[in-house]
Design a protein around this ligand. Structure first.
Ligand code: GDP
Length: 297
């Protein structure tokens, strides 16, 4: 299960402090040492760990906490609040355009789960927001990505715009937007090409697609299992093309949690969805508070 180690450690630490009738500065220090260790073990970005520890320590040392009747419980609440903040605080909304169609670009490296997530997102937007999506097969480099998206579309009964692999992804995207307008499909979700690593050609192509009609959302799909690599990928994509949010996949696996806890602070971009399995309905809206509760038990 995801966050298992982190959860266990933090819960142990929280139980200790919760039970205390009085909390001393030394108690807070001890707790923070354990929290710091737990976060580092979970592969959280070091800068993020430092900031987190500083914030919690400052708040916990306040006289309103220390002199209260239930200092232990208040400290635990502070940890939960700050953990929630770390993951973005509020749940973030999806932007839909007032000018049809809404365009969503899905970007990411190969294997992150981009094509699967493109399908999942279309299903979720149809179900929760009553949208009429069009899936666009613009990942023309990965063998079988086009067919994969077509299969996903069939399973979901959502139309897929595909033109094979002999024309440029930019042209496919351009035609797809026209097609969506003609067919009154209000949400175009473009599965762009993924590569094994970030390169200029990939970024230029994404910029060219972006230039067709300013996308309402650019979602970066990253694999939670890759930890700090996922954070670095997010930073690179954001610097190069500007992303509006992150979809963190494979949170059903046994990821330590580093990516989930670092991405927001490092990139300032929210995690909007999480992938919870291979099935096409295994995509959830990301709720920072719920995730913090899950971690702290
Ligand atoms: P792409 O190369 O980024 O387009 O990746 P794919 O969409 O082909 O996904 C790569 C693999 O990851 C496939 O086997 C997917 O079923 C799997 N996958 C995608 N999202 C998730 C997820 O949230 N959880 C799990 N367990 N597997 C996932």
């Amino acid at each position: 299960m995801a966050f298992e180690g982190l959860s266990e450690r933090l819960q142990g630490t929280m139980t200790k402090i919760k039970g205390k009738g009085k909390v001393s500065e030394a108690d807070v220090k001890d707790m923070m040492r354990e929290v710091r260790f737990a976060l580092i073990e979970a592969d959280v970005n070091l800068k993020v760990v430092k900031e987190f520890v500083k914030k919690v320590s400052e708040r916990a040392a306040g006289s309103d906490v220390m002199d209260s009747l239930t200092p232990g419980q208040q400290v635990v609440k502070i940890v939960k609040d700050e953990l929630t903040e770390l993951m973005g605080g509020e749940q973030s909304k999806i932007e839909f355009s007032t000018k049809q169609p809404t365009v969503i670009m899905m970007v990411g490296l190969q294997g992150a789960g981009k094509t699967t997530t493109t399908g999942k997102l279309a299903g979720l937007l149809r179900k929760k927001h009553n949208r009429k999506p069009l899936l666009v097969a613009a990942d023309v480099y990965r063998p079988a990505a086009v067919q994969q998206l077509e299969t996903v579309g069939k399973q979901l009964t959502i139309p897929v715009f595909s033109k094979g692999t002999d024309i440029s992804p930019v042209e496919i995207a351009r035609q797809a937007i026209e097609h969506a307008k003609a067919e009154h499909l209000d949400t175009v979700i473009i599965d762009t090409a993924g590569r094994l690593h970030i390169d200029d050609t990939l970024m230029q192509e994404l910029k060219d697609i972006r230039a067709l009609k300013e996308p309402d959302e650019i979602f970066l799909v990253v694999d939670a299992m890759t930890g700090q690599d996922a954070v670095n990928v997010a930073q690179s994509f954001d610097e190069a093309i500007g992303i509006t949010g992150v979809v963190l996949t494979k949170l059903d696996g046994d990821t330590r949690g580093g990516a989930a806890l670092s991405i927001r602070t490092v990139t300032q971009k929210p995690i909007k969805f999480i992938g919870m399995g291979e099935k096409l309905d295994a995509l959830d809206v990301f709720h920072p508070e719920r995730m913090a509760s899950r971690i702290l038990g």
